[in-house]
Design a protein around this ligand. Structure first.
Ligand code: CTP
Length: 461
């Protein structure tokens, strides 16, 4: 028998969710119910609680008296879990019925402002939504676009039926299917063993995501569900055997609307070359790849991300256990609140850009003994070295790898590079060579720094 999460949002059809809960419980399933505040205007939490034998939750800040357990299970003694993650993590399927137009919009937009919405976002079990509303609201392009977004993300949409609607004398498409049918659909999904959302580490996030699970976890200050750190494979034995190396590669993208983003030209070549070089030396290498179309080198663990928040989350989560961080990615320095749907052509468009977090500075400030932090700087001629040196101090890195991006034959998408390695005490030129050879020169410099027990440059102001 399954553990079912039932999300109930505001609509007259909420009464049918009571019957669904009754049938599912009778069938032997353990049901936990999450209601939105508006749902409680239509039916009372006490009715659900009586039927399923477990408390109903509404706010993501509420404590779950059952500590994430489903009816029939013992709660975990002495452990007070993060409510909005625990039920989502433990369920076998999550049905939202009825799903109002407002709730669908929130789920499609990745909002996390209620227990229902937060759990939906955090849930990797099969997710189903059963829309129910007035037929004109259902037919509206906004609702249809939200449903299309959810379908694309693997959410099963249980189409509403046609017939008499709640508003007097109105007929149309918008009726919640009968509870028996809802249960049959949930059981069919369970029987097929489908998973609607892949684990966070392997998913390449689509451009339409307004708020990713990683971002939410980050903003919530939580993230234990997404933050499972597994081991990178150990490379062939070599001088770096026993070292754990984290490399970031590529360029992040910040969505503007459903099809556009703010991005940069970083290909991820340098990061992948560094990952390969570290693996050749025997290190356990993890690469966090932001929109990189290149394959990762053999024996390297890869995590794909899209936005700066996701890159930050994956880097910060892993950093503590690493000996070397090579921050070769080019994170977008600004993000904007994405607009749902596609922005139409217009005379002018103002985007409110907010700065993203400086990941390198964040982790460098928090590093422990024996951790080496390497940053990369793309600068244009002139004062480049002085700026790289200032960056070294400002970000608290041990080494800045300086690229002159005014030369089109090196850097970004080319296969060659020429860099200057800037530390607190010296500079070393690495002449133009393949990115593999440059990667080896960078690792050699790291070896010498580590041998000398490098101290970070003084953070300036
Ligand atoms: N970096 C980071 N987080 C960001 C931006 C950059 O960790 N939000 C890291 C990059 O991965 C790189 C280093 O900081 O290792 C330098 O990136 P760069 O974009 O050159 O630095 P900025 O901080 O953007 O400085 P400036 O705008 O002055 O060039």
């Amino acid at each position: 028998m399954a553990r079912l999460l039932l999300g109930v949002s505001g609509g007259i059809a909420a009464y049918k969710a009571l019957e669904f809960a009754r049938l599912a419980t009778l069938a032997g399933h353990g049901v936990r119910v999450l209601m939105t505040e508006n749902a409680q205007r239509f039916v009372g939490a006490a009715s659900f609680e009586g039927i399923v034998g477990a408390p109903v939750l509404t706010s993501e800040f509420e404590r779950d008296p059952m500590r994430g357990a489903f009816p029939g299970e013992p709660g975990e003694e002495g452990h007070d879990p993060i409510g909005h993650l625990e039920l989502a993590a433990g369920c076998d399927a999550f049905l939202v019925a009825p799903a109002s137009a407002n709730t669908l919009a929130k789920l499609a937009g990745g909002f996390a402002d209620s227990m229902l919405a937060t759990s939906f976002l955090a849930c990797t079990a099969p997710r189903l939504v059963a829309p129910a509303m007035n037929d004109r609201m259902y037919a509206d392009a906004a609702t249809q676009a939200n449903l299309a977004t959810l379908r694309e993300r693997g959410v099963e949409v249980i189409e509403p039926g046609e017939g008499l609607l709640a508003s007097r004398g109105e007929r149309g498409r918008g009726r919640l299917p009968d509870p028996e049918e809802l249960l049959a659909r949930v059981e069919a999904v369970l029987a097929s063993g489908e998973r609607s959302a892949p684990a966070i580490e392997t998913v390449l996030l689509g451009e339409e995501r307004a708020t990713s699970a990683a971002e939410t976890a980050l903003l919530d200050g939580g993230g234990t569900a997404a933050g499972v750190v597994d081991e990178a494979p150990a490379g062939e034995p070599g001088p770096w055997t026993g070292l754990r190396v984290l490399v970031t590669a590529g360029g992040t993208r910040e969505p503007i609307d459903s099809v556009r983003f703010i991005g940069n030209r970083s290909s991820g070549r340098m990061g992948m070359a560094l990952a390969a070089a570290a693996a050749r030396r025997g290190a356990e290498v993890t690469v966090v790849a932001a929109n990189v179309s290149l394959p990762e080198p053999g024996g390297v663990k890869r995590i794909d991300v899209e936005t700066t928040a996701e890159l930050s989350y994956e880097t910060v989560e892993r950093f503590e256990t690493q000996h070397v961080l090579l921050m070769a990615a080019a994170p977008a320095d600004f993000r904007t609140e994405p607009i749902t749907g596609k922005i139409k052509r217009q005379d002018s468009l103002n985007l409110n850009l907010q700065p993203t977090e400086d990941i390198l500075a964040l982790v460098a400030a928090d590093r422990g003994e024996g951790q080496t932090v390497v940053g990369f700087a793309a600068e244009h001629g002139g004062e480049a070295v002085a700026r790289a040196r200032a960056k070294l101090a400002r970000k608290g890195a041990d080494l800045i790898v300086l690229n002159d991006v005014s030369d089109p034959t090196i850097g970004f998408d080319s296969t060659e590079n020429e860099v200057l390695l800037v530390t607190a005490t010296d500079e070393e030129e690495v002449p133009k060579a393949s990115k593999d050879a440059v990667a080896d020169a960078i690792l050699d410099r790291i070896d010498r720094l580590r041998a000398a027990g490098a101290k970070p440059a003084q953070a300036a102001g």
